[in-house]
Design a protein around this ligand. Structure first.
Ligand code: SF4
Ligand code: SF4
Ligand code: FES
Length: 235
C-alpha cells in the first residue's frame, strides 16, 4: 500500500513501512549513517541517522534507518534539534573511538573538534553490529554477538569461548568498517582460517569448507565483498 509522506517540505509516495532513510535517499537527501547496511536488517544503534518525525502533530527524534513511513508522516532531516542530537551521538562515539578514521572524518564534517564526554577508552569497535548481523543474516552462522553492557559492551563469541559455529568465511572482517576483526591464516576457500576478536581465537572449519551444504566459497566471499564495500565509505 502506498502512503504519502513529506520530507523537508517535499511530498512523496512510498510503500507503507519503507524506512524513512530509504525514502529520503530517493529524494536525494543524504542522512549520515554508521550502523546501516542495505543488505541487513536495521539495528538503530549509532543514532547518527536521527531525524525529526511529526505524527499526529507531535515531533519526535527517531532513527530514520528503522522508522517506518506511515500516511501523513512529516519529516525534517536538517533542523537545529536534529543537528544537535547527531552531534551528541557522534561525540559519544568520538570519546569511545577517538582514533577511528570514519569517526574522525564524520566529526570533521560536522565541525566537531573534540568530545565533551569523558574519554576513557581508545576502542576501535564502534558497536555498529554489522559483523554480528552479517554473520547471522548473510552467513547464517550466528557465531558472534554482543557481550557486556555499557562501556563494557563488545563483540564476542558466546561466553567468550571458541565457537564451532564459525565457518571462517571472513564476512565479518569484510563488513567491519574499522578493522576490529582479523582473519588469521592463509586466504582462500579451503584454507584453515579463523577470526580473531579480542581474546578468543575461533577454530577454522574442520572440513575445509568441503561439506555439500557449505555456503562458503570464494565466489560467495567475492560477491559479499562487493555488496559490503559500500559500508566502508563515509556518506
Ligand atoms: S568468519 Fe565466523 S564469525 Fe565471521 S561471519 Fe564468518 S562465520 Fe561468522
Ligand atoms: S567489530 Fe566492527 S563490524 Fe563489529 S560492531 Fe565493532 S565496528 Fe562494527
Ligand atoms: S544508521 Fe540509523 S541508527 Fe545507525
Amino acid at each position: 500500500m502506498m502512503v504519502r509522506i513529506t520530507i523537508n517540505g517535499q511530498m512523496l509516495f512510498v510503500q507503507r513501512h519503507t524506512p524513512v532513510l530509504q525514502a529520503a535517499a530517493r529524494q536525494g537527501i543524504v542522512i549520515p549513517t554508521l550502523c546501516y547496511h542495505e543488505a541487513l536488517k536495521p539495528y538503530g544503534s549509532c543514532r547518527l541517522c536521527l531525524v525529526e518525525a511529526h505524527r499526529n502533530g507531535r515531533p519526535r527524534l527517531v532513527t530514520s534507518c528503522n522508522y517506518p513511513a506511515e500516511d501523513g508522516l512529516v519529516v525534517f532531516t536538517d533542523t537545529e534539534r536534529v543537528k544537535s542530537a547527531r552531534k551528541t551521538a557522534l561525540e559519544l562515539l568520538l570519546a569511545r573511538c577517538p582514533n577511528v578514521p570514519q569517526i574522525q572524518r564524520l566529526a570533521q564534517k560536522m565541525g566537531i573538534k573534540t568530545s565533551r564526554f569523558y574519554k576513557k577508552q581508545d576502542e576501535r569497535c564502534i558497536l555498529c553490529g554489522l559483523c554480528v548481523r552479517a554473520c547471522e543474516e548473510m552467513v547464517g552462522a550466528g557465531a558472534i554477538g554482543f557481550a557486556g553492557r555499557g562501556i563494557e559492551k563488545h563483540v564476542n563469541t558466546p561466553f567468550g569461548l571458541q565457537s564451532d559455529a564459525c565457518i571462517g568465511c571472513g564476512s565479518c572482517t569484510y563488513i567491519c568498517p574499522t578493522g576490529c576483526i582479523e582473519m588469521v591464516g592463509e586466504p582462500g576457500p579451503s584454507a584453515h582460517r579463523k577470526i580473531r576478536i579480542s581474546d578468543p581465537d575461533l577454530p577454522p572449519c574442520g572440513q575445509e569448507h568441503r561439506c555439500e551444504t557449505c555456503t562458503t566459497n570464494q565466489q560467495f566471499i567475492e560477491e559479499m565483498k562487493e555488496v559490503i564495500r559500500k559500508v566502508r565509505q563515509v556518506p
